[in-house]
Design a protein around this ligand. Structure first.
Ligand code: NIG
Ligand code: FE
Length: 408
């Protein structure tokens, strides 16, 4: 016999009204119910509505005594697997060196690769586990983790194995992405490296079930849109959806290439202009904001407001990584999207829930409706807006993932 748990005492329930991607003005439309209740059966939501309308059987009641409830968050973009640190870069930037100049001089991402590429899988997993735990504590029930600090195919596969092993350390759903990050330094034969990526690494990662998507960093210091299109073709052959880091520092045609090839998401967009905004406004490719980068590097904020006004599907994530965004809170990424990217609180909630899940291809989480996974957050406050208002402390009191309460 199934057990029904009824959560009551919900002062305010706020959720996107449907799961799946929501675009433009619809991002601001939330379903709000005062004095709500949620019935959970197993891992799923069975019913949501005003408390007095529940007529079903209740086996167990959890009375929240006047707390707001929202869907648990999805973090659609992290680089949680790295070794070493970037404290030197951090200090150098305070003395005027730019992120791009540090990278061009062989530091930055390349220094993290030197520290990560030779690390054992168990070491990488042990380093990443507390980072993922921090994201979960900040409200994320689904988390994407990228490889990308290995470069050579074996090292990338080891990073992906470390990501797979993370699953044993957390109740959160972990989605692995193979990131084709930068061409290695002093690369004598770029086409040969790209061939190895396309003909060996991508098919092998797919064959072993170690990657659920392929991401490419499209930037002057990294891969061109043409290189990316070559990589996209290999990803499609392997049956993997594509994502890309695009327009972080320069808009070099990445958005157009990604939209033309049906990318699941384009992430960053700090340097996007009218053309890119118009393209994303009428595309199903999700525009993912990473405001931690704007905060940490002091670069222009991605045009979140303009993207939504143009009709785009906008998501938000931490981009947790040691170089451009040491942001260990998915909730704060959402909160920063309000301050830095011009989103309203309701739009930020949609960006961090339904749209962030959609950026990973999920429509079973991110909205509190019957049939969805019971992934939800109980806030300490009675008003749901505390979830995007709060900075520097956690507004979250309790977290349920797939119907199970996490011990925080
Ligand atoms: O998303 N810019 C490309 N990749 C990462 C940063 C990685 C790093 O600096 O270590 C990003 O910003
Ligand atoms: Fe990133």
């Amino acid at each position: 016999m199934t057990t029904t748990t009824l959560i009551t005492g919900i002062s305010q329930l706020a959720t996107p009204p449907t799961p799946g991607p929501r675009r433009g003005a619809a991002m601001g439309d939330l379903l709000q119910i005062d004095d709500a209740a949620i019935a959970i059966v197993g891992a799923s939501i069975d019913w949501v509505g005003p408390r007095q309308e529940w007529t079903g059987r209740t086996d167990r009641e959890i009375d929240l005594q006047g707390r707001a409830v929202i869907p648990a968050l999805t973090d659609p973009h992290t680089h949680a697997v790295w070794a070493g640190d970037r404290y030197r870069d951090f200090e150098a930037r305070t003395q005027g060196a730019s992120y791009e100049a540090i990278l061009a001089a062989g530091g930055g991402i390349r220094s993290t690769v030197r520290a990560t590429a030779d690390a054992a899988v168990t070491t990488l997993t042990a380093l990443a586990a507390p980072r993922v735990a921090a994201l979960v504590a900040s409200g994320a029930a689904t988390i994407e983790v990228k490889s990308g600090y290995g470069f050579d195919p074996d090292a990338e596969l080891r990073s992906l194995e470390a990501i797979a092993a993370l699953r044993a350390t957390t109740a959160a759903r972990i989605m692995p992405t193979l990131l084709i990050h930068l061409p290695p330094e002093n690369l004598a034969d770029r086409p040969a490296y790209l061939r190895a990526v396309c003909e060996e690494l991508i098919p092998e990662a797919a064959r072993q079930g170690l990657a659920a998507a392929v991401d490419v960093f499209i930037e002057r210091e990294a891969w061109s849109p043409d290189d990316a299109v070559t990589i996209f073709a290999a990803a499609k052959m392997a049956g993997l959806p594509i994502k890309a880091h695009v327009d972080q520092f320069h808009a070099i045609g990445g958005v157009a290439a990604c939209v033309a090839h049906g990318a699941l998401s384009v992430d960053h967009l700090e340097a996007s202009g009218d053309l890119e905004i118009a393209l994303l406004g009428s595309s199903d490719t999700i525009a993912t904001l990473l405001p931690g980068v704007t905060l940490h590097l002091g670069i222009t904020a991605a045009p979140g407001r303009r993207l939504i006004d143009a009709g785009a599907i906008v998501a938000v994530g931490t981009d947790l990584n040691p170089g451009s965004s040491p942001l260990f809170s998915t909730q704060q990424a959402m909160a920063l999207a309000v301050r830095l990217n011009g989103l309203s609180p309701a739009e930020a909630l949609t960006a961090g829930t339904a749209n962030a899940a959609a950026a990973l291809g999920f429509n079973d989480t991110g909205a509190l409706i019957a049939g969805s996974r019971a992934d939800l957050l109980v806030l300490a406050d009675q008003d749901w807006r505390s979830a995007v208002w709060t900075l520097g402390a956690s507004p979250i009191e309790r977290l349920f993932i797939a119907g199970q309460e996490m011990q925080q």
